[in-house]
Design a protein around this ligand. Structure first.
Ligand code: ATP
Ligand code: SF4
Ligand code: MG
Length: 320
């Protein structure tokens, strides 16, 4: 069966001030309908670039060098502009860190929700859509302009807009990073319960490993523009197989690393200007050997997870 989302060896470069930054260096990922996927990794690992590439939303400075993104088998990079707009309108929903970018500052919220329903509902359906995102006073919000809302309220409206068309995939790029912790939990609750009701698959780009372990069925760990480990969120984050995942988990405060001291990951993540010759994590990896810097690690499937590491098979059962 065709997977809902398939990303094959995707390579994306940005032209930046006369130089090239390779943001994705052969990223690969398959997502089946109904999954809730948390994509994690340090800043610059390529999460947002991956999320944008799915909807053909990469900025002008970006170039898809090779590889493919397929939604339900359709190759996103070869769609005509009208087909691409239809893909975004009918099959994808996006929520970003800053809700204000998703809202039209010149239009009342109610009208924006009505337009987002795109024939699937009328003016009478606007309030229920605002109620579903647990806005306390939906009538007042419907009459408001975006600048009259708090950050948390605006993000709920952005979620209502993204979910109004019942998308097949919701791509949520750090949707709660700008909110305070109490509101963060509520907004995540709204996203996950709405997606479950609508049968929408979630791709949540996040820095919050404990929340991903709690809410997602699968975690995808990115480093240097590649997916380095993926599998059941609970299992991967409780017992990582990839040395980078292990380092990331040890660096997280909270229940994941309970009883362990917080250990920051030494060194800096790479900024690539072309293909990484070997494993991009080699300069920081405590397990690196000569092969690691010289040749790109293969993808190894072990115990129902995929690990991009020369030593993946040897580390099975090592309880990293
Ligand atoms: N518009 C751009 N122009 C030039 N370089 C960019 C641009 N956007 C991203 N990059 C670079 O591409 C790489 C991947 O960035 P990306 O934003 O995809 O990472 P990220 O994992 O989403 O990071 P964060 O956690 O900070 O959001 C980084 O090196 C980044 O500096
Ligand atoms: S391939 Fe080598 S450097 Fe990369 S994570 Fe595995 S052991 Fe470490
Ligand atoms: Mg990002």
């Amino acid at each position: 069966m065709t997977p809902l989302l398939q990303i094959d060896d995707l390579v994306v470069d940005y032209a930046s001030g006369g130089r090239t930054v390779r943001a994705l260096d052969g990223a690969a990922l398959t997502v089946e309908a109904g999954e809730t996927v948390g994509v994690v990794g340090e800043s610059g690992s390529g999460k947002s670039t991956l999320g944008s590439a799915i909807g053909g939303l990469l900025p002008g400075a970006a170039k898809v060098v090779s590889g493919a993104v397929r939604v339900d088998g359709d190759d996103v990079n070869s769609l005509r502009p009208t087909q691409l707009r239809a893909l975004r309108r009918e099959r994808l929903g996006y929520v970003f860190q800053e809700p204000i970018g998703s809202l039209d500052p010149t239009m009342r919220v109610g009208k924006q929700v009505e337009l987002a329903l795109r024939g699937r509902g009328t003016k009478a359906d606007v309030l229920p859509h605002l109620e579903r995102v647990r806005l306390r006073d939906p009538e007042r919000v419907a009459r408001s302009y975006p600048h009259q809302l708090s950050g948390g309220m605006a993000q709920r409206v952005a979620i209502a807009l993204a979910m109004a068309g019942k998308p097949e995939i919701l791509i949520a790029d750090e949707p709660t990073a700008a909110l305070d912790s109490q509101i963060r939990e509520e907004v995540l609750g709204v996203i996950f319960s709405l997606a479950a009701e609508s049968g929408t698959t979630i791709l949540w780009l996040s820095h919050d490993l404990p929340a991903v372990a709690k809410r997602c069925s699968r975690v995808v760990v990115m480093y240097g523009g590649r997916v380095v480990e993926s599998g059941s969120a609970g299992e991967v984050l409780a017992a990582p197989r990839h040395p980078y995942t292990a380092a990331l988990v040890r660096a997280v405060p909270g229940e994941l690393a309970e009883g362990e001291r917080l250990v920051p990951i030494p060194g800096q993540p790479p900024v690539l200007d072309g293909p990484s010759e070997g494993c991009a994590f080699a300069p920081r990896c405590p397990d690196a050997d000569d092969a690691c810097a010289a040749s790109r690690p293969p993808l190894v499937s072990v115990e129902q997870r995929d690990v991009l590491c020369h030593l993946a098979e040897e580390t099975v059962g090592a309880g990293r």
